[in-house]
Design a protein around this ligand. Structure first.
Ligand code: HEC
Ligand code: HEC
Length: 439
C-alpha cells in the first residue's frame, strides 16, 4: 500500500499508525470486479477470438517480429522469457524498454485507477496505473517506438487491413470501423481486452494453494509455515499488500492493486539507467531533482511515463503491487527487474534496512547509498514503517523463514491437479527452496 499523501508519519511503530496502515492495505480494493465471462479456451466470444489472433500476430509490428506474445510468454505467466531485465523492441528489435514485462495473469481483475476515499491510489494498468482500462492499455504497444513501433494508428490500420482475420474483425466491429484509424485501434484494444478477460488461461485458479483452499489437497508442513509467515503481521506481513484471502466472490489475488514506494536498488542492466545511455526516448528527469546523481529516474506514479501526477511528490517511487500468483515462473522481479530469483527478492525485503550495503551498488559495482534509484529529495516516500521493512534492529525474517515463504509462494503456481499431484510442474527455484527450508 501507499500511505496517502500527508499521512506518512515519523511515529514508526505507533500502534495507532500500524493499525491504520494494515486496515488501509489489507482492506481489499473494494472495486475489484470479476471478469464478465470466463470460458474455456476455444469457446471465446467472436470479439475475444479476434483478440486471440491479434495477440500473437507479429505482422502488426514494424519489425515484423514482435507481437504481444513475444514479450508476454504464456509459459512464463505471460511475462518475459528472454532472460533480460527489460525487453527489446523497435523497428530493428534492438531498442531496450524502460521496465520489466509484468505477468498478464489475473491482470483483468484490476479496477480502474482511482484515489480511494482515504487517498490511497488503487488500480489501473501499467505499473504506474496510467492506463484506465485493459482496452486502453492494449492500444499502446502498437505505437510505442521501442515496442511494436508503428508511427500512429493509421500505420497500424494499414497492417490490419492485410490480415487474414480482417473479415472476423469487421463482422464484430462493423465495416465502417476500418475507415477510421483511431476507432480501428480502439477496437483492436477492445478485442485484446476481451481475450485477456475471457480466456481462462489468463486466470485458471488451478494452483496448489487453490486446491488447498478448496479442500482437495493438503499443503506440506513447510508450505503451511511459509503461509503463516506470509500472513503474520510481525514476520512477513506480505498479506498487508499481497492479500491472501478472497473478497467479492473472487479468490485471493495476492494483490490489493494499491501502490507503494519500496526503495528498490537501481538496476544497472537497464540501458536507460546507465550513464552512457544515449537512447533518445529516455526522459531525462534527474536534473529537476538536483543534486540527483543520475540523469534518469523511473518514479512510477509521479512520472516520467505517467504525466498527470508529477506534482504529487509523496507518490514518487510508488509502483503497483503485483499479484504473486505464478510468481515462481517469472524470470525477474519488481518493476526494474532488480532480482532474478525469489530468495534474493524476499531476502532484500528482510534486510533492506539492516544490510543496505549488500544491495545498493554503483554502476561500477562499488557500494552506493541506500535507495539509489530515487533522488534524495524524494526518498521521503519510501515505506519505512511497515513490517517486513525492518522496524527496529534485526530482520523480522530469518534465512530459513525466507526459504519457507518462497516454498509457499511456489504453491501459487497454476496447473496443479489434485488427482495427479506428481505431474505438478514447479520451477527449479521452488525445489531448491523446499530442499533448503526446515519446517
Ligand atoms: C516489447 C515488449 C512488450 C510488448 C510487445 C507488449 N508488452 Fe505489454 N508490457 C510490457 C512492459 C514492459 C509492460 C510494463 C510497462 C509499464 O508499466 O510502463 C507491459 C504492460 C502490459 C500490461 C499491464 C499489466 C498490468 O498489470 O498493469 C498489459 C495488460 C499488457 N502489457 C498487455 C499487452 C498487450 C495486449 C500487448 C500487445 C498489443 C503487449 N502488452 C505488448 C512489454 C510488452
Ligand atoms: C507495503 C506493501 C508491501 C508489502 C508489505 C510487501 N510487498 Fe511485495 N510488493 C509490493 C510492491 C509495491 C511491489 C512492486 C514494487 C515495484 O515493482 O517497484 C511488490 C513486489 C513484490 C514481488 C515482485 C513480484 C513480481 O512479479 O515482480 C515479490 C516477489 C514480492 N513483492 C513479495 C513479497 C513478500 C514475500 C512480502 C513479505 C515478506 C512482501 N512482498 C511484502 C508491496 C508490498
Amino acid at each position: 500500500m501507499t500511505v496517502p499523501a500527508g499521512a506518512r508519519s515519523s511515529v514508526a511503530g505507533s500502534l495507532v499508525l500500524s493499525v491504520a496502515l494494515l486496515a488501509g492495505c489489507g482492506g481489499g480494493s473494494g472495486g475489484t470486479s470479476p471478469p464478465t465471462t470466463t470460458t474455456a479456451t476455444g469457446q471465446l466470444s467472436p470479439m475475444a477470438e479476434v483478440g486471440r489472433q491479434i495477440f500473437s500476430d507479429t505482422a502488426l509490428s514494424v519489425s515484423g517480429k514482435q507481437s504481444c506474445a513475444t514479450c508476454h510468454v504464456a509459459d512464463h505467466a505471460f511475462a518475459a522469457a528472454d532472460g533480460r531485465s527489460v525487453p527489446l523492441g523497435g523497428p530493428h528489435m534492438d531498442l531496450p524498454g524502460l521496465r520489466a514485462t509484468p505477468s498478464l495473469m489475473y491482470a483483468s481483475y484490476a479496477p480502474a485507477f482511482k484515489f480511494a476515499s482515504d487517498g490511497t491510489p488503487t488500480g489501473g494498468f501499467f505499473r504506474d496505473g496510467r492506463s484506465p482500462t485493459l482496452a486502453d492499455q492494449a492500444q499502446q504497444p502498437f505505437v510505442t517506438s521501442f515496442e511494436m513501433a508503428n508511427a500512429d494508428a493509421a500505420a497500424v490500420l494499414q497492417k490490419l487491413l492485410t490480415r487474414p482475420y480482417l473479415d472476423q474483425f469487421e463482422a464484430v466491429f462493423g465495416a465502417s470501423v476500418v475507415s477510421d484509424p483511431k476507432q480501428a485501434l480502439a477496437s483492436m484494444g477492445a478485442a485484446l481486452a476481451a481475450f485477456q478477460t475471457e480466456d481462462v488461461s489468463f486466470h485458471p485458479f488451478t494452483s496448489k494453494f487453490d486446491a488447498y483452499e478448496a479442500g482437495t489437497t493438503t499443503l506440506t508442513a513447510a508450505e503451511l509455515q511459509g503461509l503463516a509467515l506470509f500472513n503474520d503481521p510481525t514476520k512477513g506481513n506480505c498479506n498487508a499488500c499481497h492479500v491472501s484471502t478472497g473478497s467479492n466472490n473472487v479468490r485471493a489475488l495476492f494483490t490489493d492493486f494499491t501502490y507503494d514506494s519500496i526503495g528498490l536498488p537501481r538496476n544497472w542492466k537497464i540501458a536507460a539507467n546507465q550513464a552512457a545511455s544515449a537512447l533518445p526516448y529516455v526522459p531525462a528527469n534527474g536534473a529537476q531533482f538536483a543534486p540527483a546523481p543520475y540523469a534518469y529516474y523511473d518514479l512510477g506514479l509521479c512520472g516520467p511515463l505517467r504525466p498527470d501526477l508529477d506534482y504529487r511528490l509523496s507518490l514518487c517511487g510508488a509502483f503497483k503491487v503485483p499479484t504473486l500468483r505464478n510468481v515462481a515462473v517469472k524470470q525477474n522481479y519488481f518493476h526494474n527487474a532488480a532480482y532474478d530469483n525469489l530468495v534474493d527478492a524476499v531476502t532484500w525485503y528482510a534486510t533492506r534496512d539492516t544490510n543496505p550495503t549488500r544491495w545498493y551498488r554503483t554502476e561500477d559495482g562499488g557500494i552506493d547509498g541506500a535507495f539509489n534509484d530515487l533522488p534524495a529529495s524524494l526518498q521521503g516516500s519510501i515505506n519505512r514503517d511497515e513490517v517486513p521493512y525492518n522496524p527496529v534492529t534485526a530482520p523480522t525474517l530469518t534465512s530459513n523463514d525466507i526459504e519457507l515463504i518462497v516454498t509457499f509462494l511456489c504453491t501459487l503456481t497454476d496447473g496443479y491437479d489434485p488427482k495427479q499431484p506428481a505431474s505438478y510442474r514447479v520451477p527449479s527455484q521452488c525445489q531448491q527452496a523446499a530442499a533448503a527450508a526446515r519446517p
